[in-house]
Design a protein around this ligand. Structure first.
Ligand code: NDP
Length: 341
């Protein structure tokens, strides 16, 4: 059994030397409630970095998920097939989705997230890790439930070519909003405008002043900001928000790799303009899960929604796939295919 672990806690940007691939003979000690799963696809998510920091550092406490200590295996959302189960609710051969290991096999304990997966005909299995999994639910719930958008409103999305961002922008277009995205390369900007139908997009790395870039893209101000990055972009967006605008704080990736915590930004505009800023977790949206799934499947089938996946192969590619998130190497959902279906 090959799996990924951290050799050392991460401080700043993640590096290959923080990770180690361990190889063990398959000699699982299986308790009666365990389900052994052969992993097929595992999700690569930015939030994992907050689990890998030293928990004594001020940043290590950001994470809502449990800390990973050096040497331990790392769990993430994924899709696999049951190899072995004592539990009556799972049998050998079942397809499952849940918290799996960044490795070839997972031993899923009772109480840990694991559900039988009824794959939707006509779609790749990997979609259940991305557009039909937590990335999709985050985008759908975060946009519709938190931003409370109305047709015609002006919507800004950061990290717009990423897993969550590329879906948020398209949901906003489908509602009839004016949508602008920011991303870290000209290739991504072209992709957003030409392939996904964003009204406009800009490369934030090429802008000397983010406030003016947003002023240029939104001369009449922003009504809704779906924030994937935090930091300076959040401040620039707030400065360009209209009164009673809404900011959904999905993630703050620009701050995950800072070795030191930033000073609290001055954002008095939040008060004067009565802007609503709200953080959320994808799990908050289980009440709209069925609606999300049926709408998203319908949009995908009719071609109104496109999803992009960026798939690497094999357990060995997991560290570089993860590191790549923080260098902007991925377009769309980053997934590692661990084994053939
Ligand atoms: P992405 O697919 O968007 O990958 C991360 C992207 O972030 C990179 O491709 C890169 O694109 C961009 N990025 C990296 N570093 C920076 C930086 N310093 N400043 C600005 N952009 C940067 O990942 P996800 O879609 O999975 O996640 C997006 C955000 O949503 C993250 O903050 C994540 O933590 C959060 N999230 C929150 C959830 C929740 O439940 N609240 C659930 C899932 C995700 P570029 O080239 O544009 O820089």
């Amino acid at each position: 059994n090959k799996y990924v672990t951290i050799k050392t806690n991460i401080n700043g940007a993640p590096k290959e030397s923080n990770f180690e691939i361990k190889v063990e003979n398959v000699s699982f000690i299986i308790e009666s409630e365990d389900v052994v799963v052969k992993n097929l696809f595992v999700s690569i998510d930015p939030y994992q970095i907050n689990r890998m920091k030293s928990q004594s550092s001020s940043q290590g406490t950001i994470s809502f998920a449990t800390a990973i200590t050096p040497g331990e295996s790392i769990d993430s959302y994924g899709v696999g097939r049951v190899l072995f189960s004592h539990r009556p609710d799972f049998k050998k051969g079942d397809l499952v989705a849940g918290l799996l290991t960044w490795g070839e096999y997972s031993i899923v304990k009772e109480g840990s997230l694991l559900n039988k997966l009824d794959p939707i005909m006509g779609f790749p299995l990997s979609y259940h890790v991305g557009v039909l999994g937590f990335s999709g639910l985050t985008a759908y719930g975060g946009f519709f439930q938190v931003c409370k958008p109305k047709p015609g409103e002006k919507v800004f999305v950061s990290a717009a070519s990423g897993s969550v961002g590329h879906l948020v922008g398209q949901y906003a277009k489908l509602l009839g909003c004016y949508v602008v995205g920011s991303a870290g390369s000209q290739e991504k900007v072209n992709f957003l405008k030409e392939r996904l139908g964003f009204d406009d997009a800009f490369n934030y790395k090429q802008e000397t002043d983010l406030k003016s870039a947003l002023k240029r893209c939104f001369p009449q101000g922003i009504d809704v900001y779906f924030d994937n990055v935090g930091g300076r972009m959040l401040e620039a967006a707030v400065a360009n928000m209209n009164s009673f605008g809404r900011v959904a704080v999905c993630g703050v990736i620009s701050e995950y790799t800072n070795a030191t915590t930033r000073a609290a930004p001055e954002m008095l505009d939040i008060i004067y303009k009565r802007i609503t800023i709200k953080g959320f977790l994808a799990a908050d949206f289980m009440n709209v899960y069925a609606e999300f799934l049926s709408k998203t499947v319908e949009y995908l089938k009719s071609g109104k929604l496109k999803t992009i996946e960026d798939v690497s192969l094999g357990v060995e590619s997991i560290p570089s796939a993860f590191i790549g998130l923080f260098n902007g190497e991925n377009i769309g959902k980053k997934i590692v295919k661990v084994a053939d279906e």
